[in-house]
Design a protein around this ligand. Structure first.
Ligand code: HEM
Length: 399
C-alpha cells in the first residue's frame, strides 16, 4: 500500500509491460496528486485522474517554457531544447505554432493520405516477401513514419540510420548514459543545422516544410537557432511516436486475435479503432511535465509556484471516472474523448498526420495479412525502457 508521505520512483517498478502499471490505478483511487521522484532525481507531482490530467494540460498557469529553466526539474536524461513548440508558452508558442499550422492542418495533411496509403501497401508487400514471419517493427512500423516525415520535412531518407540512432539515445531513460545522450543531441543538432544551412542558399518555390521554415527566417519570424530546434523537434516527434504506436496497435489487436479478425471483416471500423487504440496504448510510462508559475490547487492539493507536475496521460485514458469499462478494447467506442494526443495549447501538432499514418497502416496490414498472428505470446513481447513507450520487436507470422 502506498503511504501518503511516500515519494515513489517513476517510472514505476511495474511499468514497461503490456498492461498499464497497477500503481496508476492505486494512485487514482488513493492519491490522485502524488509525489514522485524522476530518474534525474527531481521530486515533482504526478496527476493520474482524467479531469486533473486535462486540467494540467490546458491551464495556462502550468508552463512548458519553465521546464527548460536552468533550475527546472528534469524528467529524464536529455534536456528539452528551449525555444521550440514544446518548450514555449503563449504568446511565443502561438507565434511559432502559426508558422506550421497551415502545413499540418487537416486539409493539407489529407492531401498526402493517398501517398501514405501507397507507402503502407508497398511496405506490407515487402513484409510479405520476407516469407511467413518477420519483425514488423523493423520492416513496417519504423520505416513508414520515418519515410513520411523525411518526405514532408525534406530530410534525406538515406540518412535514417544516423538520425535514428541519435533519436534512440535522446529518449534514453538511463542516467548512466548521460554523456552519450548529450553527444547524440549535439550530433542531431549539428546534422539538422547542416540541412538548414544547405537550404538557406536555395531559392524558388518551397519544396517542403524545411524550405517553408527557412523562408520564415528570411522574413524574420524565426531566428536561425529557433529554426534548427523547430526542425529537429519535428523530425524526432514526427516519427518516434507513430512508429511505437503502430507496433503497440498491432500487438493490442493480435493479443486477442478476435479483434484483428473483426477489423478484417469490418475495415470501415478502422477510424474508430484507431481512436480506441490511441486511448488503450500509452505513449509514455511517465507523464507530460509542466511547472506551476503561481500556486495552483489541483484536487485539493496546492502545487506551489516553481514546482513540477506531470500529467499521466496513459493513466487518464484508463480512468473509470471518464470511460466505461476502461480496460476493455472496444473498437467502436463512442464517445471517446481520450487524451492520447494531448489537450490545450500543446495539443499534438501532428495529430491528423498521425491518424492518417495509423489508419493507413492498419488498412494495408489487414488487407495483406488477414491471418496475421503474434509469433510469441503477447506477455513475452519486449518493451523498450525509454521515454516513448513501445515494443523493441514485434515478431509476427502469417500463413
Ligand atoms: C501516434 C502518434 C502521436 C502521438 C500519440 C502524439 C502525442 C502527442 C502529445 C500527447 C503531445 C502533447 C504533449 C504535451 O502536451 O506535453 C504531442 C505534441 C506534439 N506532437 Fe505529437 N504525437 C504523435 C505523432 C506526432 C507526429 C506524426 C508529429 C509530426 C510532426 C507530432 C508532432 C508533435 C509536436 C510538434 C508536438 C508539440 C506541439 C506543441 O507543443 O505545440 N506528433 N504529441
Amino acid at each position: 500500500m502506498t503511504r501518503v508521505d511516500e515519494i515513489i520512483d517513476i517510472p514505476f517498478d511495474d511499468a514497461f509491460r503490456f498492461d498499464p502499471s497497477p500503481t496508476w490505478e492505486r494512485l487514482r483511487d488513493t492519491r490522485p496528486v502524488a509525489r514522485v521522484r524522476t530518474l534525474a532525481g527531481a521530486v515533482v507531482w504526478l496527476v493520474t485522474r482524467y479531469d486533473d490530467v486535462q486540467f494540467v494540460l490546458t491551464d495556462q498557469r502550468f508552463s512548458r517554457a519553465a521546464t527548460v529553466a536552468p533550475d527546472a526539474p528534469r524528467v529524464a536524461v536529455s534536456r528539452p531544447l528551449p525555444g521550440t513548440l514544446p518548450t514555449t508558452d503563449p504568446p511565443e508558442h502561438t507565434r511559432l505554432r502559426r508558422l506550421v499550422s497551415t502545413a499540418f492542418a487537416h486539409r493539407a495533411v489529407e492531401r498526402v493520405r493517398p501517398w501514405i496509403g501507397d507507402l503502407a501497401r508497398r511496405l506490407a508487400a515487402d513484409v510479405e516477401a520476407a516469407g511467413t514471419g518477420a519483425d514488423l517493427r523493423q520492416l513496417f512500423a519504423l520505416p513508414l513514419p520515418v519515410q513520411v516525415i523525411c518526405q514532408l520535412l525534406g530530410v534525406p531518407y538515406a540518412d535514417r540510420d544516423r538520425f535514428r540512432a541519435w533519436t534512440e539515445l535522446a529518449y534514453s531513460m538511463s542516467v548512466e548514459e548521460e554523456p552519450r545522450v548529450e553527444a547524440a543531441m549535439a550530433s542531431l543538432t549539428d546534422y539538422v543545422a547542416g540541412l538548414v544551412a544547405a537550404r538557406s542558399a536555395s531559392a524558388g518555390e518551397p519544396r517542403d516544410l524545411l524550405d517553408e521554415l527557412v523562408r520564415g527566417t528570411d522574413e524574420g519570424s524565426l531566428s536561425g537557432p529557433e529554426l534548427v530546434g523547430f526542425a529537429l523537434n519535428l523530425l524526432v516527434a514526427g516519427h518516434e511516436t507513430s512508429a511505437n504506436q503502430i507496433g503497440s496497435f498491432v500487438a493490442s489487436l493480435l493479443r486477442d486475435p478476435a479483434h484483428w479478425d473483426h477489423l478484417v471483416e469490418n475495415p470501415g471500423l478502422v477510424p474508430s479503432a484507431v481512436e480506441e487504440l490511441l486511448r488503450f496504448n500509452r505513449l509514455s510510462e511517465v507523464g507530460q511535465l509542466r511547472v506551476a508559475t503561481v500556486d495552483v490547487e489541483v484536487a485539493g492539493t496546492t502545487i506551489r509556484a516553481g514546482e513540477g507536475v506531470m500529467a499521466a496521460i496513459g493513466s487518464a485514458n484508463r480512468d473509470p471516472r471518464a470511460f466505461t469499462d476502461p480496460d476493455a478494447l472496444d473498437l467502436a467506442r463512442t464517445p471517446n474523448r481520450h487524451l492520447a494526443l494531448g489537450a490545450g495549447p500543446h495539443f499534438c501538432l501532428g495529430a491528423q498526420l498521425a491518424r492518417i499514418e495509423l489508419q493507413e497502416s492498419l488498412l494495408a496490414l489487414l488487407d495483406r495479412f488477414p491471418q496475421l498472428r503474434l509469433a510469441v505470446p503477447a506477455e513475452a513481447l519486449p518493451w523498450r525502457r525509454v521515454l516513448v513507450s513501445g515494443l523493441a520487436e514485434l515478431p509476427v507470422e502469417w500463413s
